[in-house]
Design a protein around this ligand. Structure first.
Ligand SMILES: *Cc1c(COP(=O)(O)O)cnc(C)c1O
Length: 370
């Protein structure tokens, strides 16, 4: 049995007919950019997230940069970011001319709120927490600090579509929240896409202009804008998939629970499991092992293919070389060396889930022996 880390063909297969019908309807409408389908999706996704406004944009990175730009964050400013995340979180801060200031994470990969205050300087303008692997960052603790120091909070919700705590969803906590609809995200387009959620009307209208040449009226350009729009095809595809997001997340959660239950009762030496997390939509199921290389290889021999999110922390990337002292972020360094993402997709059959578990248990014995 071969189990890919993620199978995009199977993930999209249930929507094939509806996606083809959506393609035809956009093609025949002649409305390809900034039309009714975008408006409809923006309205539905805002409603789903529990915010007043959603602005569709080109991708997740641009959702982050436009959020920061709209908040007036730029050269001379500092933004607190998790020391461990997908590099795009940091790139967005650099793109607007500000400086990403890393804050180490906890072993679950989420920014450690107890370390925020120590990273604040007079230049700090915002905190940019990431809902890594689908689990909500500790927003209460983050807001306590943000309020005390009058900082903006922008959520990187690119891995958190639908994650919910006390009835509040990812995307509804910050001044603005950035989503990505990259095809492998919990809500994925058939290409690139992104969105910003906010309940601040002024911010929403700034972002609307920024994504469209600085204009909200044809041939009138109030500000220096960009071109970052969610096109009608992607909006139509996302509208096909959005009504199924809850079911997708439910299935992901149930697979994660099966992994957790089976693997924790076996207590495999040297494999740490993700902590239980009721808010999580399980974008990834990430274990940690100091034998990661061996674990990954032997799993592959069993037909179980895995990914590493992420093998290199942003401060160790060539584009940030020489700017940060990595010894200040020991947990990020440890995660980059030990994390391994097991296969996880809502399309997985119970047999496939069982095969992953059996393979882990079989290897667990060999790790103990090693
Ligand atoms: C995917 C992702 C992004 C970037 O989204 P794109 O649509 O690929 O630009 C940003 N942050 C995180 C945490 C992501 O996982």
């Amino acid at each position: 049995m071969q189990i890919p880390a993620y199978d995009i063909l199977r993930a999209n297969a249930p929507y094939r007919e509806e996606l083809l019908a959506a393609t035809e309807s956009v093609l025949d409408s002649g409305q390809l950019i900034m039309g009714d389908r975008l408006q409809q999706f923006e309205q539905d996704f805002a409603h789903y997230c529990g915010v007043s406004f959603c602005i569709g944009v080109g991708n997740g990175l641009e959702a982050l940069t436009l959020s920061l730009l709209a908040l007036g964050i730029g050269p001379g400013d500092e933004v607190l970011v998790p020391a461990f995340t997908f590099v795009a979180t940091w790139l967005a801060v650099s793109q607007v001319g500000a400086r990403p200031v890393p804050v180490d994470v906890r072993l679950d990969g989420l920014i450690d709120p107890t370390l925020l205050v120590g990273a604040i300087t007079p230049r700090t303008r915002a905190i940019l927490p990431v809902h890594l692997y689908g689990a909500l960052a500790d927003m209460d603790a983050i807001f306590a600090v943000a309020q005390r120091f009058e900082l903006e909070v922008v959520e990187d919700a690119a891995q958190g579509h639908g994650a919910r705590r006390n009835g509040k969803r990812a995307g509804s906590f910050g001044s603005a929240a950035a989503f990505s609809f990259y095809p492998t995200k919990n809500l994925g387009a058939i290409g690139d896409g992104g969105a910003i959620c906010t309940s601040d009307a002024n911010l929403a209208s700034r972002i609307r202009r920024l994504r469209n040449y600085g204009s909200d009226q044809k041939y009138r350009h109030e500000i220096i804008g960009q071109n970052s729009r969610l096109d009608e095809l992607q909006a139509a595809y996302l509208s096909v998939k959005l009504p199924h997001l809850e079911a997708v997340n439910r299935r992901r959660r149930s697979i994660a629970h099966r992994y957790s239950a089976a693997l924790s009762s076996a207590r495999i030496l040297d494999i740490a499991l993700p902590p239980p997390c009721p808010s999580s939509v399980w974008h990834q199921f990430v274990v940690r092992s100091s034998n990661r290389h061996h674990l990954k290889q032997v799993l592959a021999q069993h037909g179980v293919h895995t990914n590493i999110h992420y093998p290199v922390a942003p401060f160790d990337q060539p584009c940030f070389a020489g700017q940060y002292d990595r010894s200040k972020f020991p947990v990020a360094v440890q995660l980059a060396e030990t994390v391994l993402s097991l296969p996880l997709g809502d399309y997985m059959s119970d047999d496939e889930v069982q095969h992953v578990i059996h393979s882990m248990l079989a290897i667990g014995g060999s790790l103990v022996a090693a």
